[in-house]
Ligand binder design. Structure first.
Ligand SMILES: Nc1ncnc2c1ncn2[C@@H]1O[C@H](COP(=O)(O)OP(=O)(O)OP(=O)(O)O)[C@@H](O)[C@H]1O
Length: 687
């Protein structure tokens, strides 16, 4: 091993030296501020190169793959890193970008067969892998070498790379999601490298890396289709702003900037403009997640979110569009009559492809032009243009019969036809109304180029409706999607989807790609097994999460009677002493979170309260209601009041508790104040 370490250290020193040389050469060239476009492009390329070198400097690569292609006699040692680094004077690259075709071998080769192949731009290259090595470098120091495959060594391969993965998973995390380029697993790699024309739907257990994989896929697509996809034309839809903050480091770490990251509501409201406001987020969350009786009429909401409603709305809009034209001739002056048939012909045929408001505008302009032309032949009789003025007034009167609708007004009108729903005068749209409103807006004004996307990621898609997805489809001409979620984590009562077919069926068969991720990388075996028990009766067709073989402390379930604060203080101290850097105290309601937060502050603890509408996640100790933790993770998690009345045995509460428990990476504690929740099944409750 010492010789290997020495060789790798030499290689690292050589790589760093060459990178520094390249950096110094670039630094000698001054920035270009002139007007020559070619010079500008070159200057920009040098800037990018500088950035890449700077980014790669602390850890230039993380893996090595020795590969002998069938067509060659020599074995190449390929070093794979987050960013590619060119070799000196046109020699082979020093470091290969993880997204390059050949680098796929590093992820897909598991040692189970002797040969391996990858898709080069023009052909499939087959060959033999001789070595696959993980190399951990920190601040230019080589920290660890793990060979996950050595040709001829019987013990290696077939999962040996787990050693390195475990080493990574055991680390305490800071408060942001990180990239996983050094340990992407083969099932994840297949998703990351899927063709761009596909609409991928990924059902994955908690902690299977769905969010992470989707972000890596964006980085891959941008690398692979550099000339055809632009970061500013890609978008990630996530459930809330706090979650967006939590994932906001991954793309910059992967060297990708400018990708839009938003929630569906924020995006829709921005397009719809200021006239539309949603009810207060915190109140909606409380009504939705904290009441035993749902205040919303969920069958009505379900209908509004369904693809049936979308089709009906489109049909009604078609009818509206064909009936809106005033059935009237326009008499400009005696002898100059524009028949309603001619106007309809313009409207129906010539301007058919325009959005409704544009169509209206075109028809109006066309009539105006007709008046002008007609007037040229009578200019002698009407030298002062009085008749023309009169005709234009008649045109104005005609246009008044053809009102310009707003999305809101039209929605109101259509709802009356479709659902017999008579909206009150001061009606405020709710979340489920946004997608229909946008659909109407789209019919009125069309989709502006800036609202079109090259690729769309929908995270936590189990909470998305098929209506929303179908609407987004219209914004993505290529149909390039990554849609990810977990049916068992649908915690919005009466909302979202229950089968992935609801989304998949929106796409053609060639477009559809369905993947399942069953391995959970986040939590220890103990935590995953515990969570699996909770959800067991309600799992339907979804497979149980398979933990990575990583054992930790047993899940600690205990009764706190009326000493919640004391127990929480003790647990926080214990978790701190176990090196937990991020800890969540997860309560059932917002009010519980507020009370506990205040009590802990009074005890001198430094804790953050996270409530609905919060836009940032700071790490440390967070006190948070359970319905906000989706997507997040913490080294240690404490769930309070896991009692019979707070978490009865029904699908909604089982999913809620399942989500809560699977947030913990290393340590999970559940506190029962009264009679333990039946969802805890056979778990032993300590005191
Ligand atoms: N291949 C991997 N190597 C190292 N860590 C990984 C890998 N895959 C996932 N992880 C880690 O597992 C954790 C969970 O990842 P992520 O949040 O993307 O999962 P998820 O499927 O979106 O989870 P959830 O459904 O619970 O939101 C993260 O800490 C991530 O870094």
């Amino acid at each position: 091993m010492d010789t290997i370490k020495k060789l790798e250290n030499d290689k690292l020193a050589e790589t760093i030296k060459e990178m520094e040389r390249q950096r110094a050469t670039l630094d000698l060239i001054p920035r270009y501020h002139g007007k020559d476009i070619v010079e500008h492009v070159l200057d920009e390329q040098r800037q990018q190169q500088r950035k890449r070198l700077e980014k790669a400097a602390p850890a230039p690569y993380f893996g090595r793959l020795d590969f002998k292609p069938e067509s060659s006699e020599t074995t190449a040692s390929l070093y794979i890193g987050k960013a590619g680094v060119e070799g000196a004077d046109g020699k082979d690259p020093l470091v290969i970008d993880w997204r390059a075709p050949i680098a796929s071998l590093f992820y897909s080769f598991t040692g189970q067969s002797k040969t391996a192949s990858y898709e080069a731009p023009e052909e499939t290259v087959t060959g033999t892998v001789r070595l696959k090595r993980n190399i951990a470098i920190h601040e230019q120091i080589l920290e660890r070498i793990v060979d996950s495959y050595v040709e001829g060594d019987e013990k290696s391969g077939g999962g040996a790379s787990d050693d390195f993965l475990l080493y990574r998973l055991e680390e305490s995390k800071d408060h942001r999601l990180r990239d996983i380029v050094s340990t992407i697993q083969s099932e994840q790699d297949a998703i990351i490298r899927a063709e761009r024309e596909k609409a991928l739907v990924i059902q994955g257990v908690p902690g299977s890396g769905k969010t992470t994989v989707a972000l890596h896929r964006l980085a891959y697509l941008l690398y692979h289709y550099q000339d055809r996809m632009k970061p500013e034309k890609m978008v990630v839809f996530a459930p809330n702003r706090m979650f967006l903050d939590y994932i906001s480091d991954v793309l910059p770490e992967l060297g990708v900037g400018d990708i839009q990251q938003t929630t569906f509501n924020d995006w829709a409201l921005e397009i719809l403009g200021t006239s539309i406001k949603l009810p207060d987020t915190a109140k909606v969350a409380r009504d939705r997640f904290e009441q035993d009786q749902q205040s919303e009429d969920s069958s009505q909401v379900r209908y509004k979110e369904s693809i049936d409603f979308l089709h009906q709305l489109e049909q009604t809009l078609d009818q509206y569009e064909s009936s809106i034209l005033p059935a009237k001739d326009l008499l400009a002056w005696e002898g100059a009559l524009l028949s309603k048939e001619t106007i309809r012909d313009w409207y129906d045929r010539e301007y058919r492809h325009y959005p409704l408001l544009k169509r209206r505008e075109r028809v109006q302009k066309r009539i105006k032009r007709w008046i002008e032309t007609e007037h040229t032949s009578i200019r002698g009789i009407d030298p002062r243009g009085e008749w023309k003025k009169q005709a234009n007034k008649r045109l104005q009167a005609y246009m008044k019969l053809w009102p310009k609708p707003t999305p809101l007004r039209l929605y109101r009108q259509l709802l009356r036809t479709l659902t017999n729903e008579e909206l009150p005068r001061k009606w405020q749209p709710k979340e489920e109304d946004l997608a229909p409103l946008l659909l109407i807006q789209r019919r009125l004004t069309g989709i502006f180029p800036e609202d079109r996307f090259d690729h769309i990621v929908i995270d936590e898609a189990q909470d998305f409706s098929s209506f929303q997805t179908a609407l987004l489809q219209k914004h993505c001409p290529l149909g390039s999607f990554t849609i990810l979620g977990d049916l068992l984590q649908n915690i919005v009562p009466g909302r979202g989807i229950t089968r992935w077919e609801e989304i998949l069926d929106l796409f053609s068969e060639q477009q559809q790609g369905y993947y399942q991720l069953d391995r959970s990388y986040r939590s220890t075996m103990e935590i995953i097994n515990f969570a699996n028990e909770i959800i067991q009766p309600y799992r339907g067709n979804v497979k149980p999460a398979e933990p990575v073989f990583r054992s930790g402390s047993p899940v600690d379930v205990r009764s706190t009677s009326n000493k919640l604060i004391k127990h929480t203080m003790e647990a926080l101290d214990e978790l701190k002493s176990l090196d937990c850097r991020t800890i969540a105290v997860i309560t059932r309601t917002e009010n519980d979170a507020r009370n506990l937060h205040q009590a802990l502050l009074d005890q001198g603890k430094s804790v953050h309260l996270l409530t609905p509408g919060e836009a940032t996640y700071q790490g440390g100790i967070s006190i948070i209601p359970i319905y906000l933790v989706k997507g997040l993770e913490f080294d240690g998690a404490i769930l309070t009041d896991v009692d019979q009345d707070r978490y009865p045995d029904d699908p909604f509460h089982a999913r809620l508790l399942y989500v809560g428990c699977t947030r913990a990476l290393h340590h999970l504690k559940l506190f029962c104040g009264g009679k333990p929740s039946p969802l805890l099944r056979e778990a032993r409750v300590g005191i």
